[in-house]
Design a protein around this ligand. Sequence first.
Ligand SMILES: NC(=O)c1ccc[n+]([C@@H]2O[C@H](COP(=O)([O-])OP(=O)(O)OC[C@H]3O[C@@H](n4cnc5c(N)ncnc54)[C@H](O)[C@@H]3O)[C@@H](O)[C@H]2O)c1
Length: 309
Amino acid sequence: MADKTVFFTGGAGFIGMHVVPMLLERGYKVRIFDNMFRGDRDAVGRLVESGDVELIDQDVRYGGAVQQAMKGCSHVIHFAAVSINKSQADPYESMDINMVGNHNVFAAAADQGVERLVFASSASVYGDPEKLPMHEDDRLSPLTPYCISKRAGEDLLGFYQRRAGLSWVALRFFNVYGPGQKTTAYYTSVINHFVNRLRNGEPPVIDGKGEQSMDFIHVHDIARSAVLALESERANVPVNIGTGIDTSIADLARILIDAVGADVEPVFNPRDVLVSRRAADVQRAKEVLGFEHTISVRDGMTDLIRNGG
Ligand SMILES: NC(=O)c1ccc[n+]([C@@H]2O[C@H](COP(=O)([O-])OP(=O)(O)OC[C@H]3O[C@@H](n4cnc5c(N)ncnc54)[C@H](O)[C@@H]3O)[C@@H](O)[C@H]2O)c1
């Protein structure tokens, strides 16, 4: 594997920092391409000292820089993006980074004939699901500039596959949580909110009956899926990465109460809420990648609370 180098945009971010050690373990060298807007400079510095990781402090908006930095790389993982909340606050920036950035990375990968490109897509491409579990062939209805760019990214990969034989996998990550996550994370901020209250001796407050749900998946499993996607025999499809289990907000509150060991009951705030639910159909992940989650929500959350990971 000595000649295998992964060009990894956004590799210094939350999920990236869990993927890089797995890549090194498998004998890859890693070239992180990240503008460090949200990257963890200290953690990257420690990895760079290992000798098999380089950091290119650059921006995916600059196509020339992407082309130049990708030279000599055999594989690409494209994670650089700005988040859903920022995409609503500033659609212009979001289009530049998420749409133009996607294109710069995909076009360079096609030009340079890399063996495989793995793209971080998102479960948010489905919009509000019409049924559970959510299957890859369901109707897509992306609602924000972020989600629209993820869907367009998948379509662009199809273009470069047809035009230049690019081999790709788009991973539709569900609700990722785990050590290293920023407390501002859009969907999973509820975890942080509940935990902060519990640590202050206050009960979690739940709107409505707490029936709204998410498919929480631990970042360690997410990272495994990215490595599997880099090496899978089948490619050129979007693949859901979730547990297949929808955990309601009420269930989450109970799991966190147990994990913190607090002697409280959740408080229900009676009001009408739009109940949205999410759970991935996980069949394709099994068939295409041989992927199944290994960490249950209860174990993952408990570990996060008790050991910081
Ligand atoms: N965390 C989740 O719950 C989740 C869910 C679905 C999809 N995703 C996707 O997975 C990927 C990784 O997510 P994450 O949670 O690690 O995000 P993150 O924000 O922690 O990491 C993104 C990285 O990209 C870098 N970056 C941002 N703009 C850049 C630019 N213009 N040029 C170069 N680098 C840039 C940031 O500095 C950061 O290190 C993203 O594409 C995200 O959209 C995440």
